[in-house]
Design a protein. Structure first.
Length: 326
């Protein structure tokens, strides 16, 4: 993992507390399309995007800034093109969403996803502080972030050689809550979803109980001082407890009601739901005494204790590899 500057650490530690806001209408999602054919293979072949064979517009092995226009608004992102990028071989894509008050660069440093061999995009939320969070929270900017993500996938697919079966999303804090929302909004474009210390506000992010099952991986500390494990009131709005929204996701995925718990160390338990339907999968890591942090980070990644028993990065990458879209 790269060395972090004092500025980066301060940005990471500054996963912000947002001001109170009045509730707005929660997002609605279109009905899921009916698949044209059933897929039985557990290891589908790569699906090449239109950008395969094109000269990449960004330097290989570097992180560069980009912008696209969505609904008349300029939206920005960072893109890390892996060192081994080959314009003739479809590569996975990881969309990584920062927390409220966190910079894209801070997430890039603490997450250490750049060595995955994937194209890693770090989108930026719109708006001006304190209303500069991702959709699905009381402090969101009001921008259509789902449309931004969909347009970003289109852009990356047209400019680079992307495996359309392996576009996945991970986020921390407000970014994690937005990933949960994306699992409802774009389940047929994004293959797998990972949430770290997610902030899920039911009034803005109500879930989608009748939507198709999706693979979901979750991490949360029981002593998280920002997005409390037991939920409660935050920013003048109810914040879902971890158990409440995991139960919601288990029902959506058609899994058994009670997970199987495995003790991985004195401070980490893994809950695995079985019997999930379709592509559905649900695994949660309970970090006992853990804070608002990225598990396995070697430098401070937020307030509270950071476990070294597991590496969220390694587990996320493995989960994404195991759950392609088809």
């Amino acid at each position: 993992m790269r060395a972090r500057s004092l500025t980066t650490l301060l940005l990471v530690l500054g996963i912000a507390l947002a001001g109170c806001a009045s509730p707005s209408t929660p997002p609605t999602f279109p009905p899921s399309p009916t698949p044209s054919a059933s897929v039985t293979s557990s290891a589908p072949a790569a699906v090449s995007s239109s950008g395969c064979g094109s000269t990449p517009p960004a330097p290989v092995g570097a992180t560069t800034a980009g912008t696209i226009t969505v609904d008349g608004q300029s939206r920005s992102y960072l893109l890390r093109l892996p060192g081994g990028y080959d314009a003739t071989k479809p590569a996975p894509v990881i969309l990584a969403f920062h927390g409220h008050g966190m910079s894209q660069s801070a997430l890039e440093n603490l997450g250490d996803l750049d060595g995955s061999g994937s194209l890693v995009a770090y989108p930026k939320a719109a708006g001006v502080s304190p209303k500069d969070g991702w959709q699905g929270a009381p402090y969101s900017s009001g921008a259509d972030d789902v449309a931004f993500v969909s347009a970003l996938i289109d852009t990356l697919s047209s400019r680079y050689c992307v495996d359309s079966n392996r576009v996945s999303a991970v986020g921390i804090s407000n970014g994690g809550g937005f990933v949960a929302l994306l699992s409802c909004a774009l389940p047929h474009r994004i293959a797998a979803f990972a949430v770290v210390a997610g902030a899920v506000y039911p009034a803005y992010n109500p879930g989608c109980p009748t939507a198709d099952p999706v693979p979901l991986l979750e991490f949360h500390g029981t002593a998280d001082p920002i997005t409390a494990f037991e939920g409660g009131d935050r920013n003048g709005t109810p914040l879902a407890s971890v158990s409440t929204w995991l139960t919601r996701e288990a029902r959506r995925n058609g899994c058994v009601a009670t997970p199987t718990r495995t003790e991985l160390g004195t401070d980490v338990d893994r809950d695995t739901w079985t019997g999930c339907q379709g592509r559905g999968a649900l695994i949660a890591y309970r970090i006992n005494g853990g804070g608002h942090t990225w598990p396995g980070a070697v430098a401070p990644s937020g307030p509270g204790v950071t476990t070294q028993t597991i590496s969220a990065t390694s587990l996320v990458l493995s989960f994404f590899a195991d759950h392609p879209l088809a």
